[in-house]
Design a binder for this molecule. Structure first.
Ligand code: ADP
Length: 259
């Protein structure tokens, strides 16, 4: 279904005859549309915190100039908004860096348990603050994978962050590492509200969120899963999102075993 787009080309063959060529440009147009939408969305996302900052700057220059408690409150909000902009710019930079290479060529075999432990250390304060535990379950004799260390770190960091943001306070987050033929499967499981099935196919779209307000309050950029999907595909792996409403979510991805 759907409309297709064609580009028409007429070529003279030199003997007074004419050849007409039809190029199917449907895919090219869709790609261009996505690029335009992406730039528009990114600009909008950056403009929102910027508007808040501008508003508070004006208030600090005028009515709140002499009100010290108000000044302190406003400055704290401004710091938060600046932080949101920084996160968004970091994520945009990650996406464009990943998009440069179609497939990556890592040279070193990589042990995943160490990566999971590193993510646990990086997020220790946030895990503690929400009384969450990160459990790492590694299958015995798990082989190393062929993958870019920083990129795998980013994937796991994004998935555990999501489990933290959207899972229930006080419940554990489990990272499971298991062999699956020529691949290793890494799963991140949380206990929480889960995601309604109609959203699942769209979660890896840039800026797609089930609940924008909740994502913003939790400090989300809407780019986390888009980055995850890009990185996994560049490793020729697969990403799967499985969720039950009222129970929780499991996000899994595979990476190739190192030869
Ligand atoms: P965000 O920065 O908004 O978290 P992501 O791309 O990481 O962006 O995720 C997109 C959306 O998918 C989130 O806004 C949230 O609605 C949903 N989501 C992602 N992970 C989970 C999870 N573990 N549990 C429930 N919902 C999730």
């Amino acid at each position: 279904g759907g409309n297709r787009s064609f580009r028409l080309r007429a070529l003279a063959d030199g003997d007074g005859r004419c050849i007409v060529l039809l190029d199917d440009v449907t895919q090219a147009k869709a790609t261009e549309r996505m690029r335009v939408d992406f730039v528009a969305n990114a600009s909008h996302e950056l403009r929102t915190p910027l508007a808040t900052l501008t508003g508070f700057i004006e208030t600090l220059q005028g009515p709140a100039a002499e009100d010290e408690p108000a000044r302190q409150r406003f400055l704290a909000i401004m710091a938060q908004e600046a932080d949101r902009m920084r996160r968004l710019i970091d994520d945009l930079m990650s996406l464009s860096r990943i998009e440069l290479d179609k497939f990556i060529r890592p040279s070193q075999p990589l042990g995943l348990a160490g990566i999971a432990a590193e993510v646990a250390r990086t997020l220790a304060m946030r895990l503690d603050a929400d009384q969450r535990q990160l459990l790492i379950e590694e299958a015995a004799g798990l082989p190393p994978v062929l993958a870019d260390r920083d990129q795998v770190l980013q994937v796991l960091h994004n998935l555990v962050s999501n489990a933290l943001k959207y899972g229930r306070s006080g419940t554990p987050i489990t990272v499971t590492l298991a062999a699956a033929g020529e691949m290793v499967r890494i799963s991140v499981r949380d206990i929480g509200d889960g995601i309604a099935p109609e959203h699942l196919p769209r979660l890896t779209e840039r800026f797609y969120r089930v609940d924008s307000q909740r994502s913003r309050t939790m400090g989300g950029t809407g780019l986390g899963l888009a980055i995850v999907k890009h990185i996994v595909e560049r490793h020729r792996g697969r990403l799967e999102i499985d969720s039950r409403q009222g129970e929780g979510t499991v996000v899994s991805f595979t990476l190739p075993v190192a030869p």
